[in-house]
Ligand binder design. Structure first.
Ligand SMILES: [Zn+2]
Length: 288
């Protein structure tokens, strides 16, 4: 749900929310008028790693405090956040249904002309990254973003970071999100383009060039957990077919630091795990 800086300011007026909001660099130079000023846009060169502060909406959510558990009860329009199919969850491997079958049916590809943008609560890269077919339905990959620490837990264990590849169906009514979990280790070369860039301030974006999600082939071709869930940010719409990849990717300490550079690292930007209720989780083990 995109909203303007002005909209967020109104939304977060209750003092408790302001206190809970992640630290955001308020040196936001875009402003409501500049965001709509095409002449400004045309004047900006697409120079690699240079920061642009236009056309990036700021969305701030209270993480890591009691206020986070009140998303569904204290905010108009966020009522779904207390639904029965919420995400993320703790995946209890002992209780998952195991099936052998086809690998994740993705057809990811290289995307060009990309920016990494800071929307105030995470780093996001928008683009046309290819598609994935889930349950016979095609979903187009439109963006990926990061949470640090991760959001899904595996037997109570939280990853240091998690990347969400957001895929939308044709009319935008449903999503299939592919989650990549990270563990500390070697530098992740797939993300080097993103994380080597000068990190944009909140409301800004930095040009990074090209990126190919097939770089995560090791993870994409491996086993994955799937279940029916929700967006992990408000309005928490329960429209997501989740696919959490079992094989962790590595990320270096330096890269992890970059992820948290523009946010409050103490609080993180990960939602707490939600109850499973009636749902079940399936682990698909690919057969080649
Ligand atoms: Zn996410």
């Amino acid at each position: 749900m995109a909203m303007t800086l002005r909209g967020v300011a109104l939304l977060l007026l209750p003092s408790m929310v302001l206190a809970a909001a992640p630290a955001v660099d308020m040196a936001y130079t875009g402003g409501g008028r500049a965001a709509c000023d095409e002449s400004v846009l045309l004047q900006v060169k697409q120079q690699k790693h240079s920061e642009q502060c236009i056309n990036v909406s700021i969305e701030i959510y209270p993480y890591g405090t009691k206020q986070e558990s009140k998303w569904g009860t204290s905010y108009t329009g966020w009522e779904t956040c207390i639904g029965f199919e919420q995400s993320p969850i703790d995946i209890c491997t002992r209780d998952t249904r195991v099936q052998h079958g086809a690998p994740l049916n993705q057809d990811y590809a290289s995307a060009t002309g990309l920016y990494v943008e800071n929307n105030g609560h995470n780093l996001k890269v928008k683009g046309d990254f290819g598609s994935v077919i889930i349950g016979g339905e095609k979903f187009e990959a439109k963006q990926f973003h990061f949470h640090s620490p991760g959001e899904h837990q595996i037997d109570g264990h939280l990853s240091v970071a998690e990347m969400h590849i957001v895929n939308l169906n044709e009319n935008g009514t449903a999503a299939a999100v592919v989650g990549v979990l990270f563990k500390l280790g070697q530098k992740n070369m797939c993300l080097e383009t993103v994380l080597a860039a000068n990190m944009p301030r909140a409301g800004c974006k930095t040009f990074i060039g090209d990126l190919d999600l097939r770089c995560f082939g090791t993870q994409l071709k491996g086993p994955y957990w799937s279940y029916q869930g929700s967006l992990t940010t408000p309005p928490c719409s329960e429209i997501v077919k989740w696919n959490v990849l079992k094989r962790h990717a590595t990320i270096s300490q330096g890269q992890l630091k970059v992820l948290a550079q523009r946010f409050s690292f103490a609080l993180g930007n990960n939602r707490d795990v939600q109850k499973l209720y009636h749902r079940s989780v399936t682990l698909t083990v690919p057969v080649y």
